[in-house]
Write a protein that binds this ligand. Sequence first.
Ligand code: ADP
Ligand code: MG
Length: 270
Amino acid sequence: MPDRSTLLRVEHLRKVYESTNGPVEAIGDINFTMHAGELVCIVGPSGCGKTTLLKCLAGLLRPTSGLVEMDGSPVTGPSPAMAVVFQEYGRSLYPWLTVRGNVELPLRHKKLSRADREKLVTDALEAVGLGHAARSHPWQLSGGMQQRVAIARAIAYQPEIMIMDEPFAAVDAQTRADLEDLVRELHATRNMSILFVTHDIDESVYLGERVLVLSKSPTWVQEDLAIDLPSERDQITTRALPRFTELRTHVYDQIQRAKRGDAVAAQPAH
Ligand code: ADP
Ligand code: MG
């Protein structure tokens, strides 16, 4: 059995931005926990507060109130226990460094021997299928390959959790399917804990063991849904299962209700 101890705990998280037009309440009240070794998807409509939530979790943004705990300790700033993969792979890689140099860069902050560092980089590049591209520069690669570099960088860092913010929103459909399968594979073969944020309902159901459905902004967790699909998934068979259709229709319906605002009545009292 994989280790299922509590990894991440979020309690009454709230975020209000102070803007020139007055306060913007992005996150209303978010509560959930995630266990080590889980692959959890967070799905919600555009603008509902997903990136805000993710930045609060990763210690990149200070919440207005509430608690984020990683391994039982409050998160107060960027933590070596977390690696984040953003949507904009083009901006997250350094064009003057090779692929290997990009993956290695964050490791320079860790106390590792050169040999260990090189081994981690080689292993991470192999894991994402880019062993052959180590000496290339990011701009010589396709968008999908660039995002693989960003994922390799996160893997090499050996975080306790990898957090991904709509990482495949900007690539074509076939590349996206391949990258989704890479995420499933990393989870299965390396027992990685992954929190995957997306606005794509089908993607959340295909990838997740659990899907947290967010309401529109100011957001809260409208549903915490177990995805009872077989753990061996593939793009053709899994997406053709009647249960897949049931689950994606259920999530779709929840999100439509949230957009209309009639789910608010169902919000549990805290
Ligand atoms: P999502 O990632 O789900 O699309 P965001 O977290 O980016 O949503 O944004 C949630 C809400 O917060 C939106 O209404 C957005 O306009 C607002 N928002 C995001 N960043 C800021 C900011 N720096 N200042 C003010 N409002 C912001
Ligand atoms: Mg976003």
